[in-house]
Design a binder for this molecule. Structure first.
Ligand code: NAP
Length: 473
């Protein structure tokens, strides 16, 4: 198996970076013919590169050129707008493929578990990020930016992304592919202070020096760090990235410009309660101290001092979380599909399930940058190929590529191919070019599918006209 006569059939569920890198590793094998089908519930590929990476990071988004190359390989097909568990089930995959690789990421959020978390005006980062990236799941969400104070909970790169987007002059964002709705709301924004709360110290911050540097250079914005946060002690001089600590020291020493907006980076501070009658109004914050927990990890606990700060909007950026897939084992504790080096297990500490694999955040949890998915996917593909060599994959009864097309034709006729996506891509870029923007995304699936159908009709008419004009051929 894996030859021209008996090609290996692989399904990849999820069209984000980890799925694409898994496909790439399979394509790189000269001695293997693998026919890959990639599925996504959205009509658009690229997962978090499209729906997560901040719009002012267009350079990072250009990684999609690599994915384009992978997707246009003659042994690769994309089936977008196909939801796993509804339009295509695990049993269908077993019928059609020797192996399935799950690359579904971590699309929900973790919760703080504090009173007031449900009040209007308190949102997870997933919503805010999805909103500014025109992710179809969030086109109905509205953010009220009419208040002066926003509090962001968490000290990772997502918290930094959100703070930067809230503080950036809208005219800079207007050149990007930010959602129309978000751009409009940010243009009308009256946000003046953005407070970022880290529960541990600067030395334990999860954000990277590169992202902090980006935040420090937002125009018309003071980034404020209290010098006291950088005092001697495990929080200030622990084993953090020296570049991050250096930059924080620089910020602490920077004179204030009395700029239009202020970002306060506060450390050793945890939210304990959100207060408000109709909506979020204030936040009770506990001052923390560090102690050594199990495994030597420095943990935070309240020192006994509390403070109440104004908050018109609270965004929790405390980590993403994987979602269970119908018919697929799930480790509720860790929010991942149980696995050993990418081989799916039938439960935590369980046994491998033949022909089932995982990559990316649903394999290892929501950590790491886009590039982290490359070695991660390689490990999984190595496991898959070792199982192929041992004869441990599945034996589908309809492996011929036409069989799934026939199935989808019946079950989900409006599935989207890669060629369709390329048309959508062109349309979005053209819409953007009209107003000097990188692209203007369709935020609703129906809008996207209607525009695609209209364009395809127009292309058909043009083709027919061409045939009439040159009847000889
Ligand atoms: P993250 O890096 O894991 O950061 C989560 C933060 O939330 C940590 O500071 C964590 O603090 C804090 N936290 C967790 N639970 C909390 C609680 N109950 N109360 C208060 N704080 C809490 O997660 P992320 O920011 O969502 O990013 C996910 C991954 O994507 C990361 O690997 C990140 O680097 C990557 N990413 C990269 C970029 C980029 O490269 N430009 C942009 C966005 C995201 P503790 O450390 O104390 O647990």
């Amino acid at each position: 198996m894996g030859s021209e006569e008996r090609p290996l059939r692989v399904a990849i569920v999820g069209a984000g970076p980890s799925g694409f890198y898994a496909a790439e590793h399979l394509q790189e094998r000269d001695d293997l013919i693998a026919l890959i089908d990639m599925y996504d519930r959205l009509p658009t590929p690229f997962g978090l590169v499209r729906g997560g990476v901040a719009p002012d990071h267009q350079k990072i988004k250009s990684v999609t050129r690599v994915y384009d190359r992978i997707a246009t390989h003659s042994h690769f097909r994309f089936f977008g707008n196909v939801e796993f568990g509804r339009d295509m089930t695990d049993a269908d995959l077993a019928d059609h493929y020797h192996a399935a690789i799950y690359a579904t990421g971590a699309r929900t959020d973790r919760r703080m578990g504090i009173p007031g978390e449900e009040l209007p005006g308190s949102h997870p980062a997933t919503e805010f990020v999805g909103w500014y990236n025109a992710h179809p799941d969030f086109h109905d969400v509205r953010f009220d930016l009419s208040g002066a104070h926003v509090v962001i909970v968490g000290n990772g790169n997502v918290a930094i992304d959100i703070a930067r987007i809230l503080a950036s002059p809208p005219e800079l964002l207007a050149e990007t592919d930010i959602a129309d709705e978000a751009l409009e709301a940010l243009r009308a924004s009256r946000v003046r202070t953005i407070t970022v709360l880290g529960r541990r110290g600067p030395a334990q911050a999860a954000f990277t020096a590169k992202e902090l540097k980006g935040l420090a250079s937002v125009p018309e914005t003071d980034v404020v760090v209290e010098a006291g946060a950088l005092a001697d002690g495990p929080a200030g001089v622990g084993e953090g990235d020296p570049r991050t600590l250096e930059l924080l020291r620089e910020l602490a020493a920077r004179p204030r410009m009395e700029a239009a907006r202020e970002i306060h980076l506060r450390f050793l501070a945890s939210p304990v309660e959100i207060l408000g009658t109709e909506r979020v109004e204030r936040l009770v914050v506990a001052e923390n101290e560090l102690y050594e927990g199990s495994g030597g990890r420095l943990r935070a606990r309240p020192s006994g001092r509390y403070e109440t700060i104004p908050a018109d909007l609270v965004l929790r950026a405390i980590g993403y979380r994987g979602v269970a897939l119908p018919g697929v084992p799930f480790d509720e504790g860790r929010g991942v599909i149980p696995n050993a080096g990418g081989r799916m297990l039938d439960g935590p500490e369980g046994s491998p399930i033949p022909g089932e694999y995982v990559v990316g955040w649903i394999k290892r949890g929501p950590r790491g940058i886009i590039g982290t998915n490359k070695p991660d996917a390689q490990e999984t593909v190595e496991a898959l190929l070792a199982d192929l060599a041992e004869g441990h994959l599945r034996d589908p009864y309809r492996p011929e590529p036409a069989a799934v097309v026939e199935l989808l034709g019946r079950r989900k006729p409006d599935y989207v191919t890669y060629e369709d996506w390329q048309i959508i891509d062109e349309l979005e870029r053209a819409r953007g070019a009209e107003t000097g923007r990188a692209r203007r995304k369709f935020a609703r699936i129906e809008e996207m599918l209607d525009a695609l159908a209209e364009r395809k009709d127009a292309m058909e008419v043009a083709d027919e006209a061409l045939e009439v004009e040159s009847p000889e051929g």
